[in-house]
Design a protein around this ligand. Structure first.
Ligand SMILES: [Fe+2]
Length: 276
């Protein structure tokens, strides 16, 4: 079912806040590679409140949980409550998809997978393969995406999915990508003869990525917890602060975006760890 949302700005411009890869635990105070992910997420929420920058809604692109626990989803719903407005989400490889939809729906967070707003539609896909790091888009997800695009041929389209369907040049991370990304990319490029598909918005790689492939832009964003070092052969963390992204969708199909980070020295990970 689609969720319709009127853009708040009179010129039809739409503003979206992207949060990704929170990796929250059931137990408060638990650290992921030296970073207390609850504290880093709280600091991100505080920074967003300080910025006081308008957004129409929030999209969380997966890995809300690190431990697949019901408590981590309850914690998320509590921690994000200072940010007023609609919140949408999709599962990552560290989430338990069915539990996530059940829990977050129970706490009043929007479980719709299709958002229509102004001249834009947002299609939220589930690339989770339970218990493994890599992703895969099942046939029903690909069919759902095509149905949305066929149903709204005049709308500009953003496809949101946890696993960035591109290689980022990190050998270890590129083994954990969306394993049927070639199929996905060929479908969206074939569907894009009208050039309405503008963006694939992802998480998973815990780093900034912003590249055009053909007529479609692919973006991923910093995690609110740990950051992976770009272009690393083996697992490596980057000493950059947790971050988040704003995206502005103009009614003529243009997109502007800004990444914000906390100060680099506020949340320092343990760089002696060889993986996670
Ligand atoms: Fe993640």
């Amino acid at each position: 079912m689609s969720f319709s949302l009127q853009p708040m700005q009179s010129n039809g411009t739409l503003s979206v806040l992207q949060l990704t890869d929170l990796h929250l635990f059931a137990k408060e105070g638990t650290c992921l590679l030296g970073i207390d992910t609850m504290q880093s997420f709280c600091a991100v929420v505080n920074k967003i409140k300080e910025l006081n920058r308008f957004f129409d809604f929030i999209i969380v692109t997966g890995d809300i949980s690190q431990d697949y626990s019901a408590e981590s989803y309850q914690l998320f719903s509590e921690l994000i409550s200072p940010l007023k407005g609609h919140i949408f989400f999709l599962p990552g490889n560290h989430d338990d998809g069915p539990l996530m939809y059940r829990m977050l729906g129970h706490y009043g967070i929007n479980t719709n997978k299709h958002i229509v707003s102004g001249n834009w539609q947002f299609i939220l896909l589930n690339s989770e393969v339970y218990g493994v790091a890599h992703g895969w888009l099942q046939r029903e997800e690909l069919d759902f995406m095509q149905e949305c695009i066929y149903q709204y041929p005049d709308l500009y389209t953003v496809i949101c999915v946890h696993h960035l369907p591109r290689l980022v040049g990190s050998r270890w991370l590129d083994t954990q990508t969306m394993h049927n990304q070639d199929e996905f990319n060929s479908i969206i490029h074939r569907l894009n003869h009208t050039k309405k598909i503008k963006l694939v918005l992802s998480g998973h790689v815990h780093q900034e990525y912003d590249c055009m492939h053909g007529d479609i832009r692919y973006i991923s964003s910093p995690s609110t917890s740990i950051q992976f070092a770009p272009q690393s052969c083996y697992f490596a963390l980057e000493l950059k602060g947790p971050g988040f992204r704003y995206l502005t969708f103009h009614s003529d199909g243009n997109i502007q975006t800004d990444v914000y980070r906390l100060d680099d020295n506020l949340f320092l990970p343990d760089t002696n760890v060889g993986g996670y």
